[in-house]
Design a protein. Structure first.
Length: 219
């Protein structure tokens, strides 16, 4: 537990308001974030044999991705640095420290004295619609790692070739015996004979008048 057991009411309200502001407007866009405001003990991390409660714990999936500590003017001191900052710096995850604008020089000197290496130090001051935040320090090793990740070319995706068309196999020539068997198996259509049209029988032409002979008969 922090040696700063009792903060002035105004500073405690500002401290808790900044935690909620960071949760809603910054860290929950990228991480799963949980905060400890007031006397709450919701999120914790284990550093060695000690269990500590940062103001905000950031997680990605089931892994801890970072810790955030918000200090006020009264809590930027040597006892606070030894009790909490040292443990957060040894957590093997990025440690983000927020201090008031007027307390930055004191926080930087304490970090140098106790060999504390926060990933980033931010200053804050109240504003009409929240807080004005400014990053005033960044760990060079973390910045270089982030730059390498950003500059690394993305691996080209392997080219996916379309599957080759499947050609139908040529049919083997049928043997004569197979052809004969197929022909025998085919159904035989019945043969239908159409009746022929009957012609009229040739009759005797005696009763028919003879055609008139051309010209007159000779007398």
């Amino acid at each position: 537990m922090s040696p700063i057991l009792v903060r002035p009411v105004r500073e405690q309200l500002e401290h808790d308001r900044l935690i909620r502001f960071l949760l809603l407007n910054k860290y929950k866009r990228r991480y799963e974030a949980a905060g400890n405001t007031g006397d709450e003990r919701v999120a914790s991390i284990k550093v060695g044999a000690a269990v500590v409660f940062p103001d905000i714990v950031l997680t990605e999936g089931k892994k801890i991705a970072g810790v955030v500590e918000v200090e006020t003017g009264e809590s930027v001191n040597n006892l606070e640095a030894l009790a909490e900052w040292v443990h957060f710096s040894k957590a093997r995850v990025p440690f983000y420290l927020y201090v008031p604008v007027a307390s930055y020089d004191s926080a930087r000197r304490l970090c140098e004295l106790r060999h504390i290496r926060p990933a980033e130090i931010w200053t804050y001051r109240p504003a009409m619609d929240g807080f004005d935040l400014m990053r005033v320090h960044q760990n060079p090793a973390i910045a270089a790692a982030a730059a390498r990740v950003a500059a690394a070319p993305s691996k080209p995706k392997p080219e996916v070739k379309p599957p080759a068309p499947v050609m139908p196999k040529p049919k083997a020539p049928e043997k004569p015996a197979a052809k004969a068997a197929k022909a025998a198996a085919r159904p035989v259509k019945p043969l239908t004979l159409k009746p022929k049209a009957s012609k009229p029988a040739k009759g005797n032409n005696k009763g028919k008048p003879k055609a008139a002979t051309k010209g007159k008969k000779k007398r």
